[in-house]
Design a protein around this ligand. Structure first.
Ligand SMILES: C[S@@+](CC[C@H](N)C(=O)[O-])C[C@H]1O[C@@H](n2cnc3c(N)ncnc32)[C@H](O)[C@@H]1O
Length: 205
């Protein structure tokens, strides 16, 4: 019996996220998950996509214990043990990967974490690699859902450096790091999947 942490939100969003990943991830290769949290996502994705080798990470030791517990229970050959990774601390302690996933992190960290995420991802990815983000955002051309406004206020109360990010600003910072936007997908509960691909042209970086 495992004793990993459990997040109801992760249980709810794992299948909608998986459906987007199945459209964008390569058939095989290596995927790096940033801010794996409980570990529920990585075992779910790894079970569904067995030809991909998954590397979960989190800077929080309690999160890493939880990830390890979920992995132990799932007994999947294609998930590596969790490692410590804070996006700000580069170089990241990983080898080259074909995809980077980051679910629900950039609003629960300072804005500097978003740039660090893209810059770190650029250092460890192959050309054409996928960078997948999931979470709530603000968009310049449309109103923010009341539930997301409340969530933003509660985040800023916890830490003034946290808060929902502007999608357009995230895309700009991604472009500057050499990642092109591929798709924005509306997800349940006013979240978005934001899919980037590392540019294959050398002129954009
Ligand atoms: C809300 S949890 C999301 C966990 C999981 N991805 C999910 O969606 O259930 C935010 C996670 O971001 C991690 N985190 C915070 N700051 C980070 C940083 N600078 N680098 C990497 N991860 C970070 C936390 O440790 C935490 O596990």
């Amino acid at each position: 019996m495992h004793c990993g942490r459990s997040s109801a939100a992760a249980e709810r969003n794992r299948n909608p996220i998986l459906a987007v990943l199945q459209r964008h991830l390569p058939a095989s290769g290596r995927a790096l998950e940033i801010a794996s949290g409980t570990g529920q996502h990585v075992v779910h994705f790894a079970a569904a996509l067995p030809a991909i080798e998954w590397q979960p990470t989190d800077p929080d030791p309690a999160a890493r214990d939880s990830i390890a517990a979920w992995c132990e229970q799932a007994k999947l050959a294609n998930v590596r043990p969790p490692i410590e990774l804070d996006v700000h601390r580069r170089p990241w302690p990983v080898s080259t990967v074909d995809a980077v996933l980051c679910i629900n992190m950039i609003h629960i960290a300072p804005w500097s974490a978003t740039a660090a995420l893209f810059e770190g991802a650029r250092e460890v990815t192959v050309h054409g690699a996928v960078l997948y983000l999931y979470g709530p955002y603000r968009r310049r051309d449309r109103p923010t859902a009341p539930s997301n406004e409340q969530f933003d206020a509660s985040l800023r109360e916890q830490d003034p450096a946290w808060g929902l990010r502007d999608l357009e600003a995230v895309i700009e910072i991604g472009n500057a790091a050499g990642f092109e936007l591929v798709e924005v997908v509306d997800m349940p509960a006013n979240n978005l999947s934001v899919v980037f691909r590392r540019s294959t042209s050398t002129s954009s970086v």
